[in-house]
Design a protein around this ligand. Structure first.
Ligand SMILES: Cc1cc2nc3c(=O)[nH]c(=O)nc-3n(C[C@H](O)[C@H](O)[C@H](O)COP(=O)(O)OP(=O)(O)OC[C@H]3O[C@@H](n4cnc5c(N)ncnc54)[C@H](O)[C@@H]3O)c2cc1C
Length: 303
């Protein structure tokens, strides 16, 4: 496309999406601190803006990607050739033992607020740095407790750009999976959870337990959480460790010495370094144990 044509589209988009940015580098929006620019970047603060962004992308025939807190993705060095819609819808509504959180709310903020209202049920999510939308899409949690267990219903923008409420059973939840994970057509805008009243003493006991369980994670490093899902009846970190890969480095990417299922950006890592390291890990684990590891993280912009 000519520069004039490009300027024309940028101008039209600026009118439709106030505050849209062009060629916005995505690395700072990810916990890996890796990723090239988005051709178009728009932060949507409420449902109206989210819907408008989706419709605009469709009208202009632009690819779009929904970005939460960027804590479970690897964005390519060349970035994303389309519109990144960053979820900044932040409302939380309490109704006795029910709470409705918009999808851009950070999981940690929701836990703090529920605890302050003596509500228990989400403590097992302590330390998970994503948003409600990203968390529900990936059915996050611990090896034994996943976020779907507290969900009552999910409000989405469906493929026909309508707002629809779906119950938890139609979410097709399983370990680190939901029908929303690989499906860019449906966007989560709010989630209703059912919790229980409890005393602060009981809640704080749980908080301490779950924080202690995280002591082995490199939470202060640039990373994207677990790179691989646990294969059935196995732990990915143990397989990687037994393959002798703890501390293995390629370019700026390194297998964490604290937790072998985490890859760390040691400073200047490129997405390509991470891709080479994950491929190497998969090959080594396959050769040694005849097990095919599968990524928990999602790759963005590699098509
Ligand atoms: C230090 C660290 C520790 C972690 N520990 C854990 C852990 O213990 N357990 C665990 O399960 N995970 C863990 N994670 C992974 C990660 O935090 C979760 O998967 C997280 O909830 C992802 O949410 P996000 O907002 O960052 O999503 P993003 O990374 O922004 O997006 C992930 C996917 O969700 C999609 N998505 C985001 N928002 C929406 C929406 N509103 N509607 C539809 N799709 C959407 C995106 O398009 C993308 O495909 C950890 C990560 C880090 C960095």
């Amino acid at each position: 496309m000519s520069i004039d044509g490009m300027n024309d589209i940028n101008e039209k988009l600026s009118k439709k999406l106030k505050g849209i940015k062009f060629n916005e580098v995505l690395a700072p929006f990810t916990s890996f601190n890796i990723g090239g620019p988005a051709k178009f970047y728009y932060a949507a603060k409420n449902n109206k803006e989210i819907l408008n962004a989706i419709k605009t992308a469709k009208n202009f025939d632009i690819n779009y990607f929904i970005l939460g807190n960027g804590t479970n993705i690897l964005i390519s060095d060349s970035g994303f050739n389309g519109l990144v819609i960053k979820m900044e819808n932040q409302n939380i509504l309490f109704d006795n033992e029910y709470v409705i959180a918009e999808s851009g709310v950070k999981i940690q903020k929701l836990i703090r607020e529920t605890i302050s209202k003596n509500l228990t049920g989400l403590e097992y999510l302590m330390g998970i740095p994503g948003t409600i939308g990203g968390g529900v899409a990936g059915n996050v949690g611990t090896p034994t407790d996943w976020i779907n267990k507290n969900i009552v219903e999910i409000t989405i923008i469906n493929g026909q750009d309508e707002i629809e409420v779906v119950n938890k059973f139609s979410g097709n939840f399983s370990y680190r999976y939901s029908r929303f994970k690989y499906n860019n057509r449906e966007v989560i805008i709010a989630v209703k959870f059912m919790l229980k009243m409890a005393s602060q003493t009981d809640i704080q006991k749980k908080v301490k337990k779950y924080i202690a369980n995280r002591s082995h994670q490199p939470i202060n490093e640039a990373c994207a959480g677990s790179i691989f899902k646990n294969p059935q009846n196995k732990k990915a970190w143990e397989l990687i460790d037994q393959a002798g890969l703890r501390g293995k480095k390629m370019g700026g990417a390194m297998v964490s010495k604290d937790h072998a299922n985490f890859i760390i950006n040691t400073g200047q890592a490129k997405a390509d370094d991470v891709v080479m390291l994950t491929s190497y890990i998969k090959q080594q684990v396959r050769d040694k144990f005849n097990i095919q590891l599968q990524e928990e993280i999602k790759y963005i912009g590699f098509e």
